[in-house]
Ligand binder design. Structure first.
Ligand code: CMP
Length: 146
């Protein structure tokens, strides 16, 4: 049996191109592993420079990605429902490359590194899609912040 949050997470994962390669079982396992968390406008979800061992999908609302430095932030992106973040530190084992904060009251699904790693090990196409996204974002960040 699924609870309502798992049903909502399944819909989120099914709609995302990143997880297209998952079969039903993989999607259900990942949905069962995620936890929904609510954030008020302005609340920081991940902070630039901190270690990162979780991955996020935006379920409701909008989050703002801020690069540069704490003193001189540069807005890199605004991400809405279905977008993910936190993949860069997770994949590369590096600190967070940006601060991500809620731009409005938002809900995000949080996945632990272990659960994501299990998916990446079983579904190489998902790893490839996430690596591609991380590579594009890294280039965009470098172009904006040097
Ligand atoms: P991570 O470095 O783990 O934590 C901050 C996140 O912000 C990062 O992963 C990406 O998910 C996201 N991010 C970083 N740079 C960009 C960008 N240029 N465009 C969109 N999202 C980004």
């Amino acid at each position: 049996m699924f609870d309502m949050d798992e049903v909502a997470q399944l819909a989120l994962l099914s709609d995302s191109y990143l997880f297209r390669a998952l079969d039903d079982e993989g999607r259900r396992n990942l949905a069962a592993a995620g936890t929904s968390r609510a954030f008020e406008a302005g609340e920081v979800i991940v902070r630039l420079g901190e270690p990162g061992d979780s991955f996020f999908m935006v379920k409701r609302g909008k989050v703002r990605v801020l690069g540069g430095s704490e003193a001189q932030p540069v807005e890199l992106a605004s991400l809405g429902r279905g977008s993910c973040f936190g993949e860069m530190a997770l994949l590369a084992g590096t600190p967070r490359t940006a601060t991500v904060e809620a731009a409005e009251p938002s809900e995000v699904v949080v996945y632990d590194k272990g659960d994501v790693d299990a998916v990446l090990a079983s579904y190489p196409d998902v790893r490839q899609a996430l690596e591609l996204l991380a590579g594009k974002r890294r280039l965009a960040t470098t172009a904006r912040t040097g």
